[in-house]
Design a protein around this ligand. Structure first.
Ligand SMILES: [Zn+2]
Length: 403
């Protein structure tokens, strides 16, 4: 038995006025998804616990069967794993953005979506100034997304860091890292000092002088957030006896896969954006299924469209996912399989950010009894045979499908 898990990031939505009160999933032409819905069984999945943030990290942990309340330690260690960084048990990993500060205000969480070459120079400069062997290290990632590691700190959630995309327009002094308890004091002080000093070093850097001349935003400050220690997760093999593979362009999703003991396959042309290589992902998944039990294919594009508030683009990403990825899979799948399709969380056009609402899901397999749902969307699945399911129960339910 082979298992295919397809996640359209942020695909679920609210009714959109210009779509006559329908959602992008309801409006999109998606014959393959609707075929899976009509032959299979649907339901609603609660991927975000009530008192947690509606993050992709939390939602995707739930989908893979890991209760985020038990296993989530922060975003940093997951992204670090996705970048191939192996943490020791006393390391704290932070996501570290390059941001733009102007007159004491945080004006851009991405330094104008800074290009890799510029970011590379700036983070190297930061590492040369603040890095200390065995204590402080910086790793260069993609664009504005980098990693800071503080080694050998006894740390159990004692500092509060603010995601920079949540505080655009805020005064820097009001949103700096804070100690939650006295244990976190020294770490918070160190972070604040590095943030302040990074401005002095980076604003004079030739890369930033050049960017300013070209009218681009300067990457003139570092911003560490999402701290956490290495999560201690049992692998999918240990839990369910299955070998898994992750196909995604996003480090966060790859990192969850690493801790779940899954293999990571990088597909050329997979961008995490509208122009991603849908066909390449489908072909890689088909190949991976030959020698593995489960393949998770993650597509970031609908989430990006949701954040942009662009309903036309969101419909297009759903149609691309349906035709170019799911259709191609269905045309070429051999043997016995179970296929599941779902978003991780909604990213509604109206609010342009993630929400905690439960998401539609569906599973088709010859061994799953079909329900009466004929279309895959937020409204139709309310009548689904699975009903409302808690996030961490999805994986046990999925892998229990057997001849
Ligand atoms: Zn997501």
């Amino acid at each position: 038995m082979k298992y295919l898990l397809i996640i359209g990031d942020g695909m679920a939505d609210y009714p959109v006025d210009v779509l006559n009160g329908k959602t992008p999933l309801q409006v999109a032409h998606k014959p393959n998804m609707d075929m899976i819905a009509s032959k299979g069984c649907s339901g609603i999945l609660k991927t975000i616990p009530e008192d947690m943030e509606a993050g992709s990290d939390i939602a995707n942990l739930s989908i893979l069967g890991y209760n985020p309340k038990k296993y989530y330690t922060g975003r940093g260690p997951l992204e670090a794993a996705g970048m191939g960084i192996d943490l020791s048990k006393d390391d704290i990993a932070f996501r570290c953005n390059l941001i733009t500060e102007e007159n004491g205000v945080l004006i851009d969480y991405s330094a104008g979506h800074i290009i890799n070459d510029d970011a590379n120079e700036l983070i190297k400069c930061v590492r040369n100034n603040f890095g200390k062997p065995g204590e402080i290290d910086f790793y260069v990632g993609v664009s504005y997304r980098h990693i800071l590691i503080l080694k050998g700190r006894s740390y159990t959630n004692h500092i509060l860091c603010t995601p920079p995309h949540d505080v655009i327009g805020s005064e820097i002094l009001k949103v700096l890292p804070k100690a939650k308890t006295s244990v976190g004091e020294s770490t918070a002080t160190l972070l604040k000092k590095m943030i302040g000093d990074s401005k002095k070093i980076l604003e004079k850097h030739p890369v930033n002088i050049n960017r300013t001349l070209l009218g681009k935003r300067s990457g003139n400050m570092i911003w560490p957030w999402g701290p956490g220690k290495k999560p201690n997760m049992p692998t999918l093999k240990e839990r369910y006896g299955i070998n898994g593979v992750v196909i995604s362009a996003v480090d966060l999703i790859k990192g969850i896969g690493v801790y779940a003991g899954m293999k990571i396959i990088n597909v050329p042309g997979a961008t995490g954006f509208y122009d991603t290589n849908y066909e390449g992902k489908a072909d890689s998944a088909l190949k991976a299924l030959e020698s593995n039990d489960m393949v998770l294919i993650h597509v970031e594009a609908p989430d990006e469209a949701g954040h942009s508030g662009d309903y036309e683009q969101k419909i297009r990403t759903i149609e691309d996912l349906d035709k170019r990825l799911i259709g191609r899979l269905l045309d070429n799948l051999k043997g016995e399989y179970a296929i599941a399709v779902l978003p991780d969380h909604p990213t509604p056009i109206k609010v342009r950010t993630h929400t905690k609402d439960p998401v539609p899901f569906m599973i088709y397999s010859p061994y799953v009894k079909s329900d009466r749902v004929e279309s895959f969307d937020e409204v139709s699945v309310q009548e689904g045979g699975f009903g409302l399911v808690e996030g961490e129960m999805f994986m046990p339910l999925f892998v229990a499908i057997k001849p």
